[in-house]
Design a protein. Structure first.
Length: 139
């Protein structure tokens, strides 16, 4: 069995953003040479998420509104975490809701997706460099 590890780096100029990682993860898979196995993609920061869904701008806007209702950024004072000098408690909660990682089967050298599935990185406390780990194992 072989393994391949690669990091992807991002910097969102605003606090929240969604990035489609599918092209970069496909490149990691090509670089690995693995034809059958599993691909783990996970956010390496506790205020970011990796998830699978449709690449549709209306859905992304819906995520933004839905997440803001569940864990609003402001007022900052409603979160105990923000009393430590931070202002990102909402980002931690949004990450918990959206998840840390995804695992995708690899079949015939391709990510084994269902219709419309794409991999996304969700940034909830941006304006600095963040990374995603891609770990591919198989043969």
């Amino acid at each position: 069995m072989k393994s391949h590890r690669q990091e992807l780096w991002f910097e969102a100029p605003q606090r929240r953003a969604f990035f489609n990682l599918t092209p970069q993860v496909n490149q990691c898979l090509r670089d690995s040479g693995i034809r059958e196995g599993l691909c783990l993609v996970n956010a390496m920061h506790i205020t970011a998420s990796v998830f699978i869904n449709d690449d549709e701008s209306g859905l992304h806007a819906d995520y933004e509104r839905w997440l803001e209702k569940l864990a609003p950024e402001k007022p900052h004072g409603v979160y105990d975490h923000n009393r430590t000098g931070e202002d990102n408690a909402d980002a931690h909660l949004k990450r918990t809701i959206m998840g840390r990682e995804v695992v995708i089967a690899i079949t015939g050298g391709k990510l084994d997706f269902g219709p419309w599935e794409q991999i996304f990185y969700g940034e909830f406390d941006g304006r600095r460099k963040k990374r995603v780990l891609v770990k591919i194992i198989g043969e």
